[in-house]
Write a protein that binds this ligand. Structure first.
Ligand SMILES: CN(C)c1nnc([C@H](N)S(N)(=O)=O)s1
Ligand SMILES: [Zn+2]
Length: 262
């Protein structure tokens, strides 16, 4: 009974198709990436990231993850190159993580899970007038995925983990200026790319995924701070720790995963 109540109160990914039939669509995300089956495409250019220092605005807890929002009124912070036909503006980044150990990522690599996955969400401002317009368009979004694995502490991540206490509860937000997410990227920008979707409702099939092959290292202590966040709001009686906010891999349905490296 408790399980059914929990499923009703906190419906997980398996329940999404009831309200969002696209959950069973042809280009859902995440997926299990099998490097040996990826197609090396020599014509795939490198990705180019131009993140301006002063476009971060705030950090918030939206009840699903911790999110850093950016000012996307112009092209100061954009991703381009790679599989993209034009510049996509940075809108926000957020994370997915587990309860402990090394599961928590959304994409997997030959079945290997990582402790967390960072998503930098961008939208196609050359073709659409706003994020809201782009979010449902087949070429509307580009999400850069970065795997996090347990190791040494990550200096760039400190600014984020030191701010998490301010957004413990769902619906809380705090100023978060002058943060440049370039400090969260690995040395190599070698990537896999494939056509996919948002991994949380509304699950729109509007994302060109660019997943970096090289993970960044973060400490167990830093990951522990993510797990002090709550899914629940301050006024809610039942406090639910924010963890395991990842969707499992979805069917590839014959999609090609390309890489820009061999
Ligand atoms: C509306 N936005 C920015 C998003 N909606 N769903 C998002 C998912 N968390 S993900 N993982 O980026 O597809 S991000
Ligand atoms: Zn995400």
């Amino acid at each position: 009974i408790a399980f059914l109540i929990a499923l009703h109160v906190f419906p997980g990914p398996s329940a999404w198709s009831k309200d969002y039939p696209i959950a069973e669509g042809p280009r859902q995300s995440p997926i299990n990436i099998v490097p040996d089956e990826a197609v090396y495409d020599a014509n795939l250019p490198p990705i180019s990231l131009n993140y301006d220092n002063c476009t971060s605005i705030n950090i918030s807890n939206n009840g699903h993850s911790v999110v850093v929002e950016f000012d996307d009124a112009d092209d100061r912070s954009v991703i381009q190159g790679g599989p993209l036909n034009n510049a996509y503006r940075l809108k926000q980044f957020h994370f997915h993580w587990g309860g402990k150990g090394c599961h928590g990522s959304e994409h997997t690599v030959s079945g290997k899970t990582y402790t967390s996955e960072l998503h930098l969400v961008h939208w196609n401002a050359a073709r659409y007038g706003s994020f809201g317009e782009a979010v449902a368009a087949s070429d509307g979004l580009a999400v850069l995925g970065v795997f996090l694995e347990i190791g040494d502490e990550h200096r760039g991540l400190h600014k984020i983990t030191d701010a998490l206490y301010m957004v413990k509860f769902k619906g809380t937000v705090a100023d978060f200026r002058d943060f440049n997410p370039k400090c969260l990227l690995p040395r190599s920008l070698g990537y896999w790319t494939y056509p996919g979707s948002l991994t949380t409702p509304p699950l729109y099939e509007s994302v060109t995924w660019i997943v970096l092959a090289e993970p960044i290292e973060v400490s167990e202590k830093q990951m522990g701070k993510f797990r002090t966040l709550l899914f629940s709001g301050e006024e809610e009686e039942v406090r639910k720790r924010m963890e395991n906010n990842f969707r499992p891999p979805q069917p590839l349905n014959g999609r090609a995963v390309r890489s820009n490296f061999q």
